[in-house]
Design a protein around this ligand. Structure first.
Ligand code: CA
Length: 397
């Protein structure tokens, strides 16, 4: 009995302290907002009502157990439903989209694709009150400075667009509206698309589409060019040349024998391009053009960029991926750590045992593959685990 009650008191007091910390933090944020010229009426609508959301903290702290594979990512996002819905919306908004393309150079199917990937075309914009999410994260030590700035920016956005704070819902990490912009992107790049002189990414589809076009244009979208395409590599391709950071003129790849996935040589032009391999040599492989990197500045994920590109293509009527995904089981973080440790012991120069397959681990895997007659693409295929295990055990005994 006694033990239970002490535990209860401890628990209770911990949450009380946390609550007090949060109130103190909000008081500091309110001071800061006042200094930055935010009106009292805005503060009353926002910070004065802000609540700490435990769910936001839990999601911010959660760590994945398995590496998410490109196949998982892709097949969840570029699916029949999203393609067909996208085609319908592309048709519905066509006149408006064509105007945006004329003005900003971004084809309409891409704008629809971003919208589809971010929120299922507005079907899921998130359910967490934006001010609560931003305030909670601004009061967490992990990314305090970043989220304090985002929160202050959001207060400005609310004030200048007279947004109704109660209807502002978004993701747990503060991304908002149809296109899930963060406050700084909202303030810096969002524009009015429907002509009511307010920029409302929460409720106006036209504001969201116009803002996406304007944002991509400002990021440097190259009008008249694609994002990339699915390709085939010639036999004996040197996989050390793969990776989006190594750009070469398209003509360079053509000389090496790189073709479209349908077998035509890639164009003989001087366009910066790189070979992107998201799921190993057996899976689909892509050529990435400059617009691929623009998409990654919207969301810094290679898988995202491929998904946007392919969804856009398919919304505009192009076929889906030609190459099937390899049949491979999911890989756990623990398995990767073991692989890294084994590579390290065998002298393949893995620096950090962190369960993440970064460029260092890829290089080590590639060297191991080369030494053992495997296709040296730097991926942790089942055949790599098997060979590595066998050699490691032999060395140990
Ligand atoms: Ca508007």
């Amino acid at each position: 009995m006694r033990r239970v009650s002490i535990a209860t008191i401890l628990l209770f007091s911990t949450s009380l302290f946390a609550q007090e910390d949060f109130s103190q933090c909000v008081a500091q944020l309110t001071e800061k907002a006042k200094i930055q010229g935010i009106a009292q009426s805005t503060i009353n609508q926002t910070l004065a009502k802000a609540q700490q959301r435990k769910r936001v903290i839990n999601l911010d702290r959660s760590q994945p157990e398995f590496l998410s594979t490109f196949e998982d990512y892709y097949s969840k996002r570029v699916n029949t439903w999203r393609i067909e819905k996208g085609q319908a919306l592309y048709a519905k908004h066509r006149i408006f989209l064509d105007e945006l393309t004329k003005q900003y150079g971004v084809p309409g199917q891409y704008l629809i694709a971003f919208w589809g990937l971010e929120t299922n075309y507005g079907g899921y914009k998130g359910k967490i009150p934006t001010i609560d999410a931003l305030t909670t994260l601004a009061c967490e030590p992990r990314r305090k400075t970043f989220f304090t700035n985002e929160l202050m920016t959001m207060l400005e956005v609310i004030e200048s667009n007279e947004l109704d704070v109660q209807t502002l819902l978004g993701s747990w990490a503060g991304a908002m509206g149809h296109t899930q912009f963060m406050p700084s992107t909202y303030k810096g790049y969002a524009i009015d698309g429907d002509g009511d002189n307010k920029v409302d990414l929460f409720h106006s589809e036209k504001d969201a589409l116009a803002s996406a076009a304007h944002f991509l244009h400002q990021l440097g979208w190259q009008a008249g060019f694609r994002w990339g395409r699915e390709i085939s590599l010639p036999d004996g391709f040197d996989y050390a040349l793969a990776g989006r950071k190594l750009t070469k003129p398209l003509s360079f790849w053509r000389q090496l024998g790189v073709t479209s996935v349908y077998g035509q040589p890639v164009a003989d032009i001087d366009l910066d391009s790189s070979v992107v391999i998201p799921s190993g040599y057996q899976g689909p492989i892509f050529m990435a053009y400059p617009n691929f990197h623009i998409i990654m500045r919207w969301n810094n994920s290679q898988s995202y960029a491929i998904a946007v590109g392919k969804l856009a293509d398919q919304i505009a009527g192009a076929p889906g991926l030609v190459t099937q995904f390899p049949d491979a089981p999911p890989i756990s973080i623990t398995q990767v750590e073991k692989l890294q440790r084994q590579l390290q012991v065998l002298g393949y120069g893995v620096k950090h045992i962190d369960g993440i397959i970064g460029s260092g681990t890829r290089t080590a895997i590639r060297a191991f593959q080369q030494d053992n007659g495997l296709v040296a693409d730097g991926f942790a295929h089942p055949e790599v685990f098997e060979a590595l295990n066998a050699i490691y055990q032999k060395q140990k005994s």
